[in-house]
Design a protein around this ligand. Structure first.
Ligand code: FES
Length: 494
């Protein structure tokens, strides 16, 4: 029997299927919904073909035309797998975190665009600079995913000679997002500000990423980058230069700089921390006098990618688990039978299983079996628990080493902000119970997309804020700490 692989972005999953398997038969297992039952009338099951071939019938082409979809799109309910393919799942787009929070600002004339350029997702907002009102929002999956889901694969793609293309597609995608917002609100744009991690900054700016692929992982090329819209291939005018804000260090980008501005760490009397719980798990601790920051190798466990039944927070995913009268109760998105587990429930699962003494302090399953049943068909394996321990230890060790660097105790950190889409759904009590963050519940606050909030704040300021933050911020190499290994291993314990 001929087999083909299907890779799903941004889930990071790969599955093997028989030749001519209908996509509807396999994609629903990953929480992808088929609202009209596969009749081709709702268009909600659309997927973008990033690599490989999916043939279309005349009826399928007519349906694609009816929904105004370009040639790289398919309706999953009308498609079969006949070759190795890579798909971008449109339904995952709504999980991208935009932001509507309020902040202090000095009113200005005109309109600005703030863009958070993430490795997986991109969010853009059109802002009225007289009121800070959000006039339009566009979100998309980063089209660079066709070169791989994580930063290492994007760097590798550049080293393999794909730099011009990987730069072109993100410049083109952000330009299209702005055009879409301008269609809804035809205004003259005064400013465009982008923030993102250092690799995203280098790629967008068409700079060499190779220094960050090898020891000592340093480049002098992480300062503010400015562009005319024409050199980005954009067909609309921008009054000021387009600006990509400076990174703080080799793997701590302007998204974290924006996060510092959004949380006001640089102005606080008491020590404050910011944790972005993504694949890189960036951490900042500081106050008005000094700030230290680092990136950790937290890995993809929080996004469900390295967990056997892990999935994103879509229909069928267990989003949280509770212990009720000695029984584990699952809350499932979409109120359906559980198909998998997302990052927030993974934290709950480990905290609850430890409390029930079903797993021990080393994460070992006490019964000696290879997995523990959670709900419906969903179980957690020994390997899943160990993957979680690696991720949580990276965060816990990062916090400890940064605090040591400032000569403060973790208990002296008055407030800890958790940023990022995933951070919004977690149970803080269970985060503490697993030992990921050693603090008290009332000190930990979820803050959403701090990168986007900060980028919007930058629209209203000159570079004074960023220069002030950069002047007092030090980038720390965690692995360079003499006790890193000991601390990391110690933090793996529950
Ligand atoms: S499920 Fe409605 S168009 Fe495919």
């Amino acid at each position: 029997m001929i087999k083909h692989s299907i890779r799903l972005h941004p889930l990071g999953k790969e599955l093997l299927v028989n030749d001519q398997t209908p996509l509807i038969d396999v994609l629903h297992e990953f929480g992808i919904e088929f609202p009209c039952g596969g009749k081709g009338t709702c268009g909600k099951c659309k997927v973008r073909l990033l690599a490989g071939e999916v043939e279309t019938t005349v009826t399928h082409q007519q349906k694609l035309g009816k929904f105004g979809l370009s040639p790289d799109w398919r309706l999953a309910c009308f498609s079969q797998c006949t070759s190795d393919i890579t798909l971008e799942i449109e339904q995952f787009n709504h999980l991208i975190l935009a932001d509507e929070s309020e902040f202090g600002f000095q009113p200005q004339q005109g309109y600005g665009i703030a863009i958070d350029l993430g490795t997986t997702t991109v969010v853009a907002q059109l802002i009225d600079l007289s009121s800070a009102k959000v006039l339009a929002v566009e979100t998309m999956l980063n089209p660079q995913v066709k070169f791989g889901a994580n930063l290492i694969s994007r760097i590798q793609a550049c080293l393999d000679g794909n730099s011009p293309e990987i730069t072109r597609i993100i410049r083109s995608a952000t330009g299209t997002m702005i055009e879409l917002m301008l269609k809804k609100h035809p205004v003259e744009i005064h400013k465009v500000i982008l923030v993102g991690n250092s690799i995203m900054q280098l790629i967008f700016s068409n700079c060499d990423v190779s220094p960050l692929s090898m020891y000592p992982f340093k480049t002098d090329n992480l300062g503010m980058k400015t562009f005319d819209p024409e050199e980005l291939g954009w067909s609309f005018q921008v009054k000021d230069k387009v600006k990509f804000y400076p990174s703080i260090g080799s793997f701590v980008g302007s998204d974290i700089l924006a996060g510092i501005a959004a949380t006001g760490i640089h102005q606080k009397e008491n020590y404050t921390a910011l944790i972005d719980l993504g694949t890189n798990g960036e951490i900042v601790i500081g106050n008005k006098n000094q700030i230290v920051c680092a990136s950790t190798a937290a890995g993809p466990a929080f996004e469900g990618a390295s967990i056997s039944m892990g999935m994103r927070a879509v229909s069928g995913a267990i989003s949280s688990l509770n212990l009720v009268e000695e029984k584990i109760e699952a809350i499932v998105i979409g109120n359906t039978a559980p198909k998998g587990i997302c990052g927030s429930a993974l934290i709950d699962a480990v905290a609850i299983l430890y409390k029930m003494e079903l797993i021990g302090m080393f994460g070992e399953i006490n019964s000696g079996e290879s997995q523990i049943h959670l709900s419906g068909k969903v179980s957690l394996t020994q390997k899943d628990i160990n993957e979680f321990q690696l991720a949580k230890a990276a965060i816990a060790a990062g916090l400890t080493i940064l605090a040591k660097n400032l000569s403060v105790e973790l208990s002296e950190i008055e407030t800890i902000y958790i940023a990022g889409g995933f951070g919004n759904y977690i149970n803080i009590g269970n985060v503490i119970a697993t030992g990921m963050i050693e603090s008290q519940e009332e000190r930990i606050h979820k803050m959403g997309n701090t990168a986007l909030i900060g980028a919007k704040m930058f629209l209203f300021s000159d570079s004074t804020i960023t220069n002030a933050i950069l002047a007092k911020t030090r980038h720390i190499n965690l692995e360079g700490h003499p006790n890193f290994q000991d601390i990391y291993v110690d933090k793996m314990l529950l």
